[in-house]
Design a protein around this ligand. Structure first.
Ligand SMILES: Nc1ncnc2c1ncn2[C@@H]1O[C@H](COP(=O)(O)OP(=O)(O)O)[C@@H](O)[C@H]1O
Ligand SMILES: [Mg+2]
Length: 258
């Protein structure tokens, strides 16, 4: 079977102030994601999670190594991949509907096709009635719903999410987590998800890649054996959840010198 995403021996270093290559940020990262698989990346700040996601999107290039989306080498952003940012990155001068339709516009879809997709996306993320609002007129949770709808509007194979709930309060975060899990159950995507939150990683993931730092590398791949559909409050009380959490905690505290 062709992998949804195949990451082969990625290394990344940035030039230092003198222009010489600095210490590697990412060293020898390799893994495959199956189509429809949900993989979380968890690890200390600065271990290169955002850098790796940017390389997967094609916004940055690796120093060495290659990433394939299906069997095509990634070297620039393309419509088979979409990115959801922690701080939403909406255009303040565009309405909710026009933000959601932005990628479709760039792709050159005609107006009526765009309107159709935007209508479906608005309803998928629960923003009916807010189409004509501007970002500053809606809450953070709703702004991230726009960010997610904008990403899904292109019907990407691969969804890249960089701490998408990191800027939200706990209640909004839980509600959005549940809604995203429902959406992905209906329209599965190969998803790479960066988070600091262990509970969130366990709730969503088929697999969790635990990263270490200096250089950023995968220290362990943790499989989440919990059946789907998952209900956050039910799995949280389970033995497997407690064991996974403890295991992740011990890996991360070792990496963070706690
Ligand atoms: N454009 C860049 N130029 C130089 N250094 C960078 C650049 N982007 C990231 N870095 C460095 O790479 C390391 C990893 O950053 P990042 O990928 O943002 O980590 P994480 O998302 O895991 O917190 C950090 O030390 C950061 O300072
Ligand atoms: Mg980051």
């Amino acid at each position: 079977m062709v992998a949804g995403l195949s990451v082969k021996r990625i290394c990344k270093a940035f030039p230092d102030a003198t222009g010489a290559m600095g210490f590697p940020v990412l060293k020898d990262i390799s893994f495959d994601a199956k189509p429809g698989e949900f993989i979380s990346l968890i690890g200390p700040s600065g271990c290169g999670k955002t850098t790796l996601l940017r390389i997967m999107h094609g916004l940055d290039t690796p120093t060495s190594g290659t990433i394939f989306s299906r069997d095509k080498k990634i070297n620039a952003p393309a419509h088979d991949r979409a990115f959801v940012f922690q701080h939403f990155n909406l255009f303040p001068w565009r309405t909710v509907a026009d933000n959601i339709g932005y990628g479709l516009e760039v792709r050159g879809d005609d107006r009526s096709a765009r309107q159709d997709v935007v209508r479906k996306m608005v309803s998928l993320v629960g923003l009916n009635g807010f189409e004509k609002h501007y970002p500053h007129e809606i809450s953070g949770g709703m702004q991230q719903r726009v960010g997610i709808a904008r990403a899904l509007s292109l019907n990407p194979d691969i969804l890249l999410m960089d701490e998408p709930f990191g800027a939200l309060d706990a209640i909004t975060r839980e509600r959005l987590q549940r809604d995203i899990a429902d959406i992905l159950a209906r329209t599965p995507k190969t998803t790479l998800f960066v988070t600091h939150n262990m509970d969130e990683a366990i709730y969503f993931s088929d697999r969790i890649l635990v990263f270490g730092t200096k250089p950023g590398r995968i220290v362990e791949e943790v499989i989440v054996p919990l059946q789907r559909p998952r209900q956050a409050d039910v799995i949280r009380g389970s033995r497997e959840f407690a064991d996974l959490r403890e295991h992740l905690w011990s890996l991360l505290s070792r990496e963070m010198d706690l």
